[in-house]
Design a protein around this ligand. Structure first.
Ligand code: SGN
Ligand code: CA
Length: 550
């Protein structure tokens, strides 16, 4: 076919050449043409057609959907992450089962709720011996890698290659466990993780096997230290805080008032706002964090921050003005760290393009949970309120997912494991609790679960968000806060999308309330959760914390 076309082109454009050509030359020319017309990229693509798909799972830490431009909040630009929505699907109401780091990752790996996989909070150990989806992929011929933050102690199981931060990890000059061996790498964490991911893709993996790579950034986790090249990004902009930044928590229960996660109240002068000396002239202790920097990193940092810090102190801000300054310092640093995450996504997407892998690779971008960007006056997460209950989710798989699709379904992080197994053609174990969203994403069905179940346990602890569980469907959300309170809250998200007024106990909602209680009881039973579980985990947590004190 290609040969034929070549001859026709030759005939029509340069006939005199053809007249003078011998048969031997024609054969040589046509072989050459064949070679050039079928580039290595196309060859790869053709081979890939019959292959099981690769999985590139990109997870960042605490990345709020409000800070991805594809979600349309107008805060920042993330052109590379947005590509996944343009060329694939954007899930607008993806959510988590437990809005905190390590438990969220345990749910991702196991496809089971926290109360079943046992990792209920950030502090108690995770059992790596249990089944996880990378183990199953690996056993079925996949090459697997885990690079970046996993926040689960111990040597990761299920990976041919692992390079993981220890615990939270550091933004500057981080320590990694590379296949179990400790190694400090000089540089900026987000860039190092991207480089390692590319290196594995280019040089390490067995190219004859499908791959599954978990590429996990630490950013934009607290305390939001930007890369050297983005230290002054947004310096010329003033951000307007969300409308409910000055929330007074009327209309909600004790839990919303008792938290310790206010930008103007709980965030710290040093650790969060990066002042070395606070407005009273006292040392904040932040200089200790800078001891990790090398001389060049330190010089760049000081040059970028100190003039801004000095100007702020000289301005003697108070009240609302000070609260606005704090919001701006917070949001700018947060968004600066995201800029590096987005750059990294661009680099790996380019690699897929350049190597003919884009067609047959499922690319997912998500976060371990959402985050408050000043809504209700907060940073951090944990609550079942929308900003932290939801998480960004963008999925590209050109073979099955139509470009530019949007889904409002209640997809959960619980669904990743079964979904990936489904794509890989591997049987989904009976005890996985999530649901594959493959058919939903491809448009083969519009049916999906109607309501989701949520649990949160880490209390008393940093940020003081009370223990709670709840149910959400498309319109309503019912939550129960327990342990040192016994309070219910319910929200009508259609009328009150920012969850400013609980309608629990409102006679107008009596029917809805009854219906939601019934659904919640059913879901708890369906997933195997109960008050006894809550009490058991509470006792275990309190005992663990007691031991840690001793
Ligand atoms: C650290 C942070 C907290 C954060 C938890 C959990 N403090 O303790 O602000 O809520 O991690 O985050 S910091 O001093 O380390 O910045 S999680 O993402 O790992 O769950
Ligand atoms: Ca997190």
């Amino acid at each position: 076919m290609v040969y034929h076309q070549l001859i026709i082109t030759f005939e029509s454009t340069i006939p005199f050449l053809l007249n003078n050509i011998t048969m031997k030359n024609v054969i040589t020319l046509s072989l050459l043409a064949l070679l050039f017309s079928c580039t290595p990229k196309q060859q790869d693509e053709e081979k890939a057609e019959n292959k099981r798909p690769n999985i590139l799972f990109i997870m960042s830490d605490d990345h709020a959907y409000q800070a991805i431009s594809a979600y349309g909040h107008g805060l920042n630009e993330t052109p590379n992450i947005d590509r996944l929505a343009d060329e694939g699907a954007l899930f607008t109401r993806a959510c988590v089962t437990n809005s905190i780091c390590a438990p969220s990752r345990a749910v991702l790996l196991t496809g089971k709720h926290s109360f079943l996989n046992g990792k209920i909070d950030n502090v108690q150990p995770f059992n790596w011996d249990q089944d996880n989806f990378p183990k199953l992929l690996q056993a079925n011929g996949y090459q697997t890698a885990m690079i970046g933050k996993i926040h689960l102690d111990g040597l990761p199981q299920g990976f041919d290659f692992s390079m993981v931060l220890q615990g939270q990890g550091h933004y500057y000059n981080p320590d990694f466990l590379v296949n179990g061996e400790k190694k400090r790498i000089e540089g900026y964490c987000t860039e190092i993780v991207t480089e390692a991911a590319l290196n594995w893709l280019k040089n390490t993996r067995d190219k004859d096997k499908p791959f599954c790579m978990l590429y996990h950034q630490k950013a934009p986790h607290r305390n939001w230290k930007p890369a050297p090249k983005y230290l002054t990004l947004y310096d010329d902009i003033t951000f307007e805080p969300p409308a409910n930044y000055f929330d007074n928590y009327e209309g909600r229960g004790t839990a919303a008032r008792a938290q310790e996660m206010k930008v103007d109240g709980h965030a710290q002068w040093g650790h969060d706002f990066k002042l070395i000396v606070d407005p009273n002239g006292d040392s904040t202790g932040f200089h200790n964090e800078l001891k990790r920097f090398n001389p060049k990193q330190l010089a760049d940092w000081m040059a970028a921050y100190e003039p801004k810090n000095e100007a702020m102190i000289a301005a003697r801000l108070e009240g609302e003005e000070l609260a606005r300054w704090k919001y701006n310092r917070y949001i700018k640093d947060y968004l600066r760290t995201i800029k590096s995450v987005d750059d990294g996504v661009g680099e790996v997407l380019d690699y897929l393009d350049e190597n003919g892998l884009a067609e047959n690779t499922i690319v997912v971008y998500t976060s371990d949970q959402g985050f408050y960007l000043g809504e209700h006056g907060w940073f951090d997460k944990r609550f079942m309120y929308e900003e932290s209950f939801r998480t960004p989710l963008l999925v590209r798989f050109p073979k099955e997912i139509k470009a530019g699709t949007k889904f409002t379904n209640l997809v959960q992080n619980l669904d990743f494991a079964p979904t990936f197994l489904d794509y890989a053609g591997i049987e989904i174990p009976e005890d996985m609790q999530g649901e594959s969203f493959r058919k939903l994403a491809s448009g083969e069905t519009t049916e999906f679960r109607e309501a989701v179940y949520y649990t949160y346990y880490e209390y008393p602890a940093v940020h003081m968000v009370k223990r709670h569980y709840g149910i959400a469907n498309q319109r309503y959300k019912l939550m129960h806060f327990y342990y040192d309170v016994d309070e219910w809250e319910m929200y009508d998200l259609e009328k009150d999308p920012n969850e400013m007024n609980s309608v629990y106990g409102d006679p107008e909602y009596a029917e809805v309330q009854k219906m939601m209680h019934e659904k919640l009881a059913k879901l708890r039973q369906h997933y195997g959760d109960s008050d006894e579980n809550d009490q058991k985990f509470l006792a275990a947590y309190l005992e663990h914390m007691e031991k840690r004190k001793r």
